[in-house]
Design a protein around this ligand. Structure first.
Ligand SMILES: [Zn+2]
Length: 303
């Protein structure tokens, strides 16, 4: 048995998971606005409390747990997970404190990499040896698998796909560069373009954005936004196809909610953009696991 944990921007999931990726027990807690003032302590307390509850309810001993794996929204470099700017929390400190508390190994990795591991082992990419997983939501993250192995080194997670350049002299990115993929093809970018063009409230929820796009799907302005979005997404994906020559690409994150509007258009655009592989375009799939992918993947990251 393992414990898998996913720490998102607004939500913490803690699960007891077997070696085959099955969830045996699960606890979830929202991160509230007031929690964010002392986010580090809140995350730590929540994890410890939930693990103790699961152990008690399942009538097991912590020593029955092989390790604790954490999916965390930051990069893994030089053997350590970095600070999460969005969350305002220190992943390495969290890992150390949880390990000290329970005295069993605690591993921590980038959240998109964990979701990719879940999709590769148990989900949409299970039967593909060379494949790519992309999570498209607030930003764009993901991972590549070459010959069934995650493309990484022991101390680096690699594949910063959200920051490949798709537009020369393009929009300024939070990373400091211009024209990054996620500035054009994330759901955040889509939201920015829709709210700006239609002059509506910028702080709308994902559901409100989706409803607004559906309602205005046949509007000419909306059509231009959608076409530009698909074009940007296909440029980034085409670059990945040429680099990795995958058999399949699976997309997760909030993008999956838009499948009816985007998926067929995206497939067509990728076909048009890929002159090199016109007869052999990889399968474009959607992730099988939704909110549990990070937690399940985190429970399978033994290094
Ligand atoms: Zn960037």
């Amino acid at each position: 048995m393992r414990i898998g944990i996913d720490i998102g921007g607004s939500h913490i999931q803690v699960g007891l998971i077997d070696e085959f990726g099955n969830i045996l027990a699960k606890k979830e807690k929202d991160i509230l606005k007031e929690d964010k003032l002392e986010i580090q302590n809140k995350i730590e307390e929540t994890i410890i409390k939930n693990i103790l509850e699961i152990i008690e309810e399942q009538k097991i001993n912590i020593l029955d747990v092989k390790f604790i794996g954490i999916a965390f929204p930051a990069s893994f470099r030089n053997g350590e997970i970095g600070l999460s700017v969005n969350l305002g929390a220190n992943g390495e400190l969290l890992r150390k404190n949880i390990q000290t508390h329970f005295s069993i190994p605690v591993y921590i990795r980038n959240d998109a990499k964990c979701a990719a591991i879940c999709e590769k082992k148990y989900g949409s990419l299970k039967y593909y040896s060379d494949c790519i997983f992309l999570t498209i939501g607030t930003g764009i993250g993901g991972a590549a698998f070459v010959d069934n192995k995650l493309f990484k080194s022991p101390n680096m997670d690699k594949f910063k796909v959200g920051h490949i350049t798709i537009q020369k002299d393009g929009l300024k990115c939070r990373c400091g560069k211009k024209g990054c993929f996620e500035n054009y093809a994330s759901i955040t970018a889509l939201k920015r373009n829709v709210t700006k063009e239609f002059n509506i409230e910028k702080e709308i929820t994902g559901k409100e954005l989706y409803d607004f796009i559906i309602k205005n799907e046949n509007n000419e302005k909306m059509n231009i936004i959608i076409n530009n979005y698909i074009e940007s997404l296909s440029v980034g994906i085409s670059n990945l196809i040429n680099l990795f020559e995958p058999d399949a690409i699976s997309i997760g994150g909030s993008f999956v909610y838009y499948k009816d509007i985007f998926l067929e258009r995206l497939k067509l655009k990728i076909q048009q953009n890929n002159l090199l592989y016109k007869d052999n375009i990889p399968e474009i799939l959607l992730a099988k696991f939704k909110n549990d992918a990070g937690m399940i993947g985190a429970s399978q990251i033994e290094n």
